[in-house]
Design a protein around this ligand. Structure first.
Ligand SMILES: [Zn+2]
Length: 417
């Protein structure tokens, strides 16, 4: 296999998580009677451009099924993050009624609705029908398409180039990152700005976030590699911010290479920090698998100990990262009988691979589990804040990544991300 960006033959396996089903392939009761499709889940790192990437195995269309269940608006803290961003960027770029804002992977309109509210024209691009319908019901014009060079050129030919193109948690999920980036270039006005948010590879490495690896997450990105990909496409990263979201993300600001804006010192500083953290050293990547294995082993030992001690365990949050962790660890309902999730679209279904049933959060109060294992650790404080009542019966929360921590419930739920 060759690097998806620079086409160098890939030699270095970074992480091998065995075989797993697509992390968003939630199953119905009827699906449990049918065979389940598993793909290898392996990451390579390119020793030339340092792009960390999944092994090739299947087409994106097979993974993003039409009934993909994720609606961004379910997470209150994510809604607040989006609203804050819209206020900041509207002021910073002086956006108004003559501007055009595009969001790629606009989901259910969780972000663009803020531009609609401010009278700033916008266009959502979202291939998933259910979420696109939800966005349109909020008055957001939505194209039901995958974004890439072809669509961008079509939009440009219609006179629709954007003052601002937003991509939140989509850049790492596109199979052809070069084509996507060329599309950003084609759909951007001469003086336009691109902002992309994606989990920062440096934080994945630092905090052993191996459970953020799944098939649909094709690329694991550093500022260094994104700067290279942008430069190749005639774009330039001119500013960067570090965000607490998803365990540590970057928000990069892009423009055309020839744009007059100067590149800020933040870019050079973070490139230096990445270098110091060993992001261009093969040894950094070689040392990671044993760290991931330790997290997996510790969780398995903990769940077995709870079962032997007669304690009841539940999980909270039917998120993609939970599926990676449970499938890598081989955890099934005998160790983890159910998971609660607030999304009605997931309730009544089963996690892919592990077949753990997904139930509404109200079940916690009925069954009073001794331990609630929070799978999406990035919203652990939010979950603890909302479900602090489990301490009424002596319940405790557990989080497995970056290391196993068991703590009493608390009602304090700040530091949301
Ligand atoms: Zn490469």
């Amino acid at each position: 296999m060759k690097c998806r960006h620079c086409h160098e033959p890939l030699q270095h396996v970074f992480l091998d998580l065995g075989f797993a089903p697509p992390s968003n392939a939630y199953l119905s009761a009827a699906d449990l009677l049918a065979p389940e499709l598993y793909f290898p889940l392996k990451l390579f790192v390119c020793h030339r451009c340092w792009l960390v990437q999944t092994e090739d195995y299947a087409q994106a269309d097979e993974l993003f099924r039409a009934d993909y269940a994720y609606f961004s608006s379910i997470s209150q803290s994510w809604l607040e993050h989006a609203a804050r961003y819209v206020r900041m960027i509207s002021a910073r770029l002086a956006l108004g009624k003559d501007s055009l804002v595009m969001e790629v992977a606009a989901n259910d309109g969780y972000l663009l609705k803020n531009f609609v509210g401010a009278g700033i024209p916008c266009l959502g691009i979202e291939p998933t029908a259910g979420t696109a319908d939800a966005a349109e019901s909020l008055g957001i014009p939505t194209l039901r398409e995958f974004f890439g060079t072809r669509l961008a050129q079509y939009l440009a030919a219609q006179g629709k180039r954007a003052d601002l193109i937003i991509g939140n948690n989509v850049y790492a999920h596109v199979p052809d990152i070069n084509d996507f980036t060329a599309g950003l270039k084609a759909a951007l006005k001469d003086s336009g700005t691109i902002t992309l948010e994606f989990p920062h590879l440096m934080r994945l490495l630092e905090n052993t976030q191996f459970d953020t690896v799944y098939h649909e997450h094709f690329s694991y990105l550093s500022l260094y590699t994104v700067s290279r990909i942008f430069a190749e496409a005639g774009l330039r990263v001119w500013d960067v911010e570090e965000l607490p979201t998803h365990g540590g993300s970057l928000r990069i600001y892009g423009c055309h290479a020839e744009d007059e804006r100067n590149t800020t010192a933040a870019v050079a500083n973070l490139l230096e920090e990445e270098d110091q953290a060993g992001l261009r050293d093969p040894e950094t990547y070689r040392a990671f698998q044993p760290r991931a294995d330790r997290v997996k082993d510790d969780l398995l030992a903990f769940l077995i100990a709870q079962k032997r001690a007669g304690k009841s365990v539940a999980a909270y949050g039917a998120a993609a990262k939970g599926n990676t962790l449970l499938n890598y660890a081989g955890i099934k309902p005998d160790l983890l009988p159910y998971v609660c999730d607030a999304a009605p679209s997931k309730q009544g279904k089963f996690l892919p691979g592990s077949h753990v049933p997904i139930l509404p959060p109200a079940v916690l109060k009925e069954r009073r589990p001794d331990i609630v294992l929070i799978l999406p650790w990035n919203i652990a404080d939010e979950v603890k804040g909302q479900h602090g009542y489990i301490r009424d019966w002596g319940g405790e929360f557990a989080v497995a990544v970056p290391k196993l921590v068991v703590s009493s419930a608390t009602h304090e739920g700040d530091e949301q991300s």
